[in-house]
Design a protein around this ligand. Sequence first.
Ligand code: DLL
Length: 416
Amino acid sequence: MRARRLLVDPNGACADRIIRGVPIFQPELETLPRPKLEELQRERLRGRFGVDLEALAEQPFRVKSELRDAYPFGLLQVPLEECIRIHASSGTRGKATIVAYTRADLAAWADCCARALAAAGAGPGTVVHVAYGYGLFTGGLGLHYGAERLGCTVVPASGGNTPRQVQLLEDLGAEILCCTPSYALAIADHVPDPARLRLRAGLFGAEPWTEGLREAIEGALDLTAVDIYGLSEVMGPGVSAECAEARDGAHVNEDHFLVEVVDPESGEPLPDGEIGELLFTTLTKEALPLLRYRTGDLASLTREPCRCGRTFARMSRVLGRTDDMLIIRGVNVFPSEIERALLGIPDLAPHYQLIVERPKRLDELTVRVEGAGDPVRISKQLHSVLGLNARVEVVPPGSIPRSEGKALRVIDRRET
Ligand code: DLL
């Protein structure tokens, strides 16, 4: 058993914040009975957008291109001087999107990230190593302020210089690591013996990952890996996060964000349990409120109670994006499915790239993966699991470039 710390209210009150052994940062909100939560959402929705909860499904969607078209500040709902921070989407797809935050927005964001850190087992005094990039990307500063809000001791390492990261982890004894899952693996490459580190948990997100990758990271770094999700347009990291206790879906901070899942094609709402596109409505944001924002992320929801005691809805892992689905000779496949299949094959390492080309009008997929094994046999295994024809290249360990932020896993060389 890993030791758990008692969570002390950063405002001074040392409240009884242990619910069934799990420290909860804001239990009065995070464990609100659903009818009360809905009441709060209803009030906030009406107050901010003048929309009744029942009428939500009739409201038009907002999409990312509207933010891009309004670049940089066209959608701000408050004067710029009321905004005390600017961030931008990391721009792995297309031009960056600028977002802005008022003081109250930043406070709410810090609360959400503090909740996520507490749910991973952090508390006041826990040393938290933040290796998400600091800067316009929301990962670094988002978790940084959340950790301070919780009363942790933050190591603002940012990304890069991996050997130094490992040195800091070892010397400063961080118990919590925050970075992308792909960077966690890159860090693990430099950790010969995880017993030299004191890591207990990691908050990994900003890119899709699988249960197989979770196991690989947990094995290599000897920690509990939890998923943290978010997007700059809605806030940044901490829109939702898993609890270390159940690790069974990320709790959406529903007092701040109303979540829906819709059919990506028809736009019709889908019931809990069905996979569709996630939509968020911000209930408290001042600078950039968004009604029914289409994330492009595919996931499902459950409102079943979680054994950690939190009542917020949980979202599944992001299973892919509406726009990164690869269609290879008519077979629809998400990179995450290929990752899952690869990680199910012994002797392969969780470092891979997918190269899509169209040499003669037909798409061809090359899966380049580190490890050992017969490429023809691996290709057959992929085919049996995914129904997909892919050429496989098995390359020596260390030959696929490591990322310091979001991994670039798909190289699409097709002309569009
Ligand atoms: O990636 C915010 C973030 C930082 C989340 C640190 C978690 C940790 P953007 O750069 O705007 O914001 O990218 C948002 O990244 O729409 C998803 O497609 C993807 N994404 C974020 N978290 C996850 C996750 C940050 N846990 C886009 N699993 C989102 C899968 C994720 N995809």
